[in-house]
Design a protein around this ligand. Structure first.
Ligand code: NAD
Length: 477
C-alpha cells in the first residue's frame, strides 16, 4: 500500500493535530483568547473544481488554495500535487506555513495549495494544462499575485510547474505589471529564480540538525558526542528535500545507513552515497537492489531502524500511534511537514527522543523563497552591485597587509581572500544565519519557560510574534 493511501486512512485530522500543538503552546503565554482564536483559524479557504480536456476526454480536477493568516501580506506557501490532497490537509499545511514564517522572521502570512492528482501517471502536457488552468482560476479570485499570495513548490511540484505558473500569470495580466515575476517562487534561475532555492529546504534541514548536534547540552541528553561526523542517519523520501538533506549530511561526514523510497528502502551499515543511489534510481526506476546494500521491502520499516538521527522527508502522518513505540532513533528531524501525529509526538517525547519540529526545520525553503521574492521586486541579482567593490576593497587591504609583513601570500590564498560574493554565497549565508538564529531563539524560549520539547517552544515563539503583530495592528472594524 502506498504512503498516500496509508496517510489518508489515518483517522486523526492533520489540522486538529496542528491545533493541538498550538493549544499546548498557548498555555505558556498570557494572550487574550480572542487573539489566539484569530491566529488559529484559517482565514480563507478556496475550494475549486475545474474541467480540463485531455484529447476527447474531459476530467474534473479537485483543487484548493488556503490562506491561513492575513496578519502579513502576501501569503506564502507551496502547491502540492498528490492523490491524498484534501481540504483538511491543505488547511493544516497553510497553518504550519504561518508559524514557520514567524519563526524565521519571514514577513508573510501562511498559505498552501493542493491539486488532487497523481503527477507520476500524467504526461508533461497534461500537467501543464492542469497547472495553467489552476493558475488562471486562482487569478480570477485574487488568490495569486506578488502582494497577495505567492505559491512555491511542494510535494510533487518543482521548477517546471513554477515556470508554467509565472508564464500563465504574466500572460493573463494585461498592462505589464512590473513585479509580475514575484507572483511565484521556486522558479528556474532563467525565469527569475534565485540561485540556491532548489536545495534550500534540504540545506536548512542540515543546518538545523547540525546546530542541535553542536550543542553539548542537547547531545548529553541523548548520550552522544557533539558534531555530525559518524552519526548514523536514516532518511525517508529521496525527493527534493530528502535528497539535498542527504547530500549535505554525507558531505559533512555523517553515515547514511538507510534510505527509503515508496517501493522500499536500502540499508548499508557502512554508509550510502546519495548521488550513487539517485543514479541507481534513475537507471532502474527503483531504489531496490542497490549494489552492496540490503533491501527493506516495506518502506515504512526503515523508520524503525536502529540509528542516531531519523529524517522523515516524504509526507505527513508516517509516525503515528501504532509505530511510535518502535522508533529507535534518538533524534528525529522533521524535514517533511507533519510526519509525526500528535499522539505519536507524546510517545516520542516520553521516550526522550529529541524532535526538531517541521515549523522550524524545513523553513529553509520559505526563507530562500523570501530572498527570491525580494530579488524579483528589486529586479537585480544578488551580488551584482557589490561584488567588484568588495574585491577592490579586499585587494587594498591585502596589499597593505603584505606590505606590512613584507611577504606575499600564495596565489590560491589570494584568490580566496579577494573573491567578492556571488548570489549563491549571499543566499546560502543568509539561509545559514536564519536557521542558526531561529534555533537559538527557540532554545532561549524553551529554557526561559522550562518547556520540555522543541515543538512547543517553537509554537510559543511563533504565537508570541503573531500575537504581537495583531495587537500592534489592531483588529479592523
Ligand atoms: P518531492 O515530491 O520532491 O519528494 C517526495 C519524495 O518522497 C519522492 O521521492 C517520493 O517518491 C517519496 N515518497 C513518497 N512516498 C513514500 C514512501 N512511502 N516512503 C518513502 N518515500 C516516499 O517532495 P518534497 O518537495 O521533497 O517534499 C517532501 C516533504 O517536505 C513534504 O512534506 C513537503 O510538504 C515538505 N516540504 C517541502 C519543501 C520544498 O521546498 N519542496 C519545503 C518545506 C517542506
Amino acid at each position: 500500500m502506498s504512503l498516500h493511501k496509508k496517510a489518508s486512512k489515518k483517522s486523526e485530522s492533520f489540522f486538529k493535530s496542528v491545533e493541538k500543538s498550538f493549544d499546548k503552546a498557548a498555555k505558556f503565554l498570557d494572550i487574550n483568547q480572542g487573539i489566539l482564536d484569530a491566529i488559529k483559524s484559517c482565514n480563507s479557504v478556496y475550494r475549486l473544481r475545474f474541467p480540463v480536456k485531455f484529447g476527447k476526454e474531459v476530467k474534473v480536477i479537485e483543487a484548493y488554495r488556503v490562506q491561513h493568516s492575513h496578519h502579513k501580506f502576501p501569503c506564502k506557501g507551496g502547491i502540492r500535487y498528490s492523490t491524498a490532497v484534501n481540504q483538511d490537509e491543505v488547511m493544516a499545511l497553510a497553518a504550519l506555513m504561518t508559524y514557520k514564517c514567524a519563526i524565521v522572521n519571514v514577513p508573510f502570512g501562511g498559505a498552501k495549495g493542493g491539486v488532487k492528482i497523481d503527477p507520476q501517471t500524467l504526461s508533461a502536457e497534461e500537467l501543464e494544462k492542469i497547472t495553467r488552468r489552476y493558475t488562471s482560476e486562482l487569478l480570477k479570485k485574487n488568490f495569486i499575485g506578488p502582494g497577495m499570495d505567492v505559491p512555491a513548490p511542494d510535494y510533487g511540484t518543482g521548477e517546471r510547474e513554477m515556470s508554467w505558473i509565472v508564464d500563465t500569470y504574466t500572460s493573463l495580466r494585461s498592462g505589464g505589471e512590473v513585479d509580475a515575476m514575484a507572483c511565484v517562487t521556486g522558479k528556474p534561475v532563467s525565469q527569475g529564480g534565485v540561485r540556491g532555492r532548489t536545495e534550500a529546504t534540504g540545506l536548512g534541514v542540515f543546518y538545523g540538525v547540525r546546530e542541535l548536534c553542536q550543542s553539548s547540552e542537547e547531545m548529553k541528553k541523548v548520550g552522544f558526542s557533539t558534531g555530525l561526523k559518524g552519526k548514523r542517519i536514516v532518511i525517508q523520501g529521496l525527493g527534493n528535500v530528502g535528497y539535498h538533506a542527504a547530500k549535505f549530511f554525507y558531505e559533512a561526514g555523517a553515515k547514511l545507513i538507510a534510505l527509503a523510497e515508496r517501493e522500499g528502502g536500502i540499508y548499508n551499515e557502512l554508509g550510502l552515497n546519495p548521488d550513487e543511489v539517485k543514479k541507481h534510481i534513475k537507471k532502474n526506476k527503483s531504489i531496490l537492489n542497490f549494489p552492496g546494500a540490503k533491501d527493506i521491502p516495506d518502506s515504512s520499516k526503515a523508520l524503525e531502524l536502529e540509528c542516531d538521527i531519523l529524517i522523515p522527508a516524504a509526507l505527513e502522518g508516517v509516525i503515528h500511534k501504532k509505530n511510535a513505540e518502535c522508533i529507535k532513533a534518538k533524534i528525529v528531524g522533521e524535514a517533511a511537514n507533519g510526519p509525526i501525529t500528535a499522539d505519536a509526538d507524546e510517545t516520542l517525547n516520553k521516550k526522550g527522543i529529541i524532535i526538531i519540529p517541521d515549523i522550524y526545520l524545513n523553513a529553509g525553503g520559505v526563507t530562500v523563497s523570501y530572498f527570491e521574492w525580494l530579488k524579483n521586486l528589486s529586479h537585480v541579482r544578488y551580488g551584482r552591485l557589490e561584488k567588484r567593490f568588495s574585491e577592490n576593497v579586499n585587494t587594498e587591504i591585502l596589499q597593505a597587509l603584505e606590505h606590512l609583513i613584507g611577504k606575499n601570500i600564495s596565489e590560491e590564498e589570494r584568490k580566496n581572500i579577494l573573491r567578492g560574493p556571488d548570489e549563491i554565497d549571499l543566499v546560502r549565508s543568509g539561509l545559514e544565519d536564519t536557521m542558526i538564529s531561529a534555533f537559538h531563539e527557540i532554545r532561549e524560549i524553551q529554557k526561559e519557560k522550562q518547556i520540555c520539547d522543541m515543538r512547543t517552544a517553537a509554537f510559543v515563539l511563533a504565537i508570541k510574534k503573531i500575537a504581537d503583530s495583531y495587537e500592534r495592528l489592531g483588529i479592523f472594524p
